[in-house]
Design a binder for this molecule. Structure first.
Ligand code: HMG
Ligand code: MG
Length: 304
């Protein structure tokens, strides 16, 4: 295999403070702030710092406003947050987020469980969110869940992923992040799904977001990189999961992506040691170990 198959650099969207911590035992606001401050100094350029969803649905994210207003912002870092509706967007704007993200699903059942409406209704709900975000100069990212499998409906059709991705792009998302929410995907299925999506979208309009439940996330990222995708979502220490996808584990660990990219000669701009330190610190707070083998290997090497 030659290096020419891969992009020369990739963008990492660090979702640990949101996707990670939304599905862990609650941690104090100050611990979140310290995590984000540490990650901000690691060379990562996009950190999803919170989520303006209903605190009744996801209490772990109830302090997102405090988090976003108390972090020490680094000029080179984009701090984003999830905003499912105008109510969430208004709170996000008050917290001065740099960018927002809307989220829906390819699966009707997951959509109902996750955001309490149909796919069609979710897209309708996003129109005023996108309009207001644009008026306020905030780029909008879209998330699409269950792009390979749904916890309620089983296998997803790549054709359907293509259709809903197109709807999100047409609505005004600059990029759609394709989520293997349950983490059951394998590289050949990723390839079929991405082939379909890339027939209507440019590679820079697409990101991949793989949960690691069955240990395939890194192989799936490798597959996506080979197909020209150059934005990857990952979570420090492999934290988290989705509260509405029972049993799903965290995203692919940022440390694993950084180590893989080092080996492939792909530039990420981020410092693996600093990310691993931040990961160990938040894991101590959570009273657990990182799920990432790279973090575990680095612990003894660096005495983290
Ligand atoms: P709903 O109950 O249908 O909304 O929830 P509603 O408009 O009827 O409002 C009900 C109550 O919620 C009201 O309060 C609202 O004020 C409040 P009450 O009058 O009962 O006291 N409310 C809010 N409060 C704060 N912020 C808001 C907000 N909106 C309403 N923004 C809603 C609809 C979407 C809000 C709800 O279903 C929700 O919050 N869902 C969140 C689900 C979630 O966060 N899931 C995890 C993130 S998605 C994910 O992890 C997948 C991803 O990682 C990709 C992948 O892996 O596939 C992105
Ligand atoms: Mg996720």
């Amino acid at each position: 295999m030659t290096k020419a198959l891969f992009p020369s650099s990739i963008n990492i969207v660090e979702v640990g403070p949101r996707d990670g911590l939304q599905n862990e035992a609650p941690v104090p606001t100050q611990a979140k702030i310290e995590l984000i401050n540490q990650l901000s100094l690691s060379g990562l350029t996009h950190i999803e710092a919170g989520s303006f969803v209903s605190p009744k649905w996801v209490p772990q994210m109830a302090d997102s406003q405090q988090v976003l207003t108390q972090i020490t912002r680094h000029v080179d870092v984009c701090y984003s947050a999830l905003t499912p509706n105008v109510q969430g967007l208004e709170l996000a704007l008050q917290s001065n987020v740099d960018q927002v993200a809307i989220f829906t699903s390819v699966s009707e059942s997951f959509c109902q469980h996750n955001i309490n409406c149909s796919i069609e209704d979710s897209l309708e709900r996003f129109s005023p969110v996108i309009k207001l975000a644009k008026q306020n100069g905030r780029p909008i990212r879209g998330y699409l869940s269950c792009v390979l499998d749904c916890p309620y409906e089983g296998e997803t059709s790549p054709q359907r992923v293509k259709e809903v991705t197109k709807r999100l792009l047409d609505l005004g998302c600059y990029q759609v992040s394709l989520g293997d929410t349950v983490g059951t995907g394998t590289p050949l299925r990723v390839e079929s799904m991405l082939k379909e999506v890339l027939s209507i979208a440019q590679p820079e309009q697409i990101a991949v977001h793989f949960h690691n439940t069955w240990g395939q996330a890194l192989a799936n990222v490798y597959q996506a990189l080979r197909m020209g995708i150059h934005t990857v979502d990952s979570s420090v220490a492999g934290l988290g999961g989705c509260p509405y996808a029972n049993g799903a584990s965290g995203n692919v660990a940022t440390e694993e992506i950084l180590y893989l990219c080092q080996g492939l000669g792909i530039e990420t701009g981020a410092d693996l040691e600093r990310v691993a330190r931040a990961g160990w610190q938040i894991c101590r707070q959570l009273n657990k170990s990182p799920t990432s083998n790279v973090s575990i290997a680095l612990q003894s090497q660096l005495k983290l």
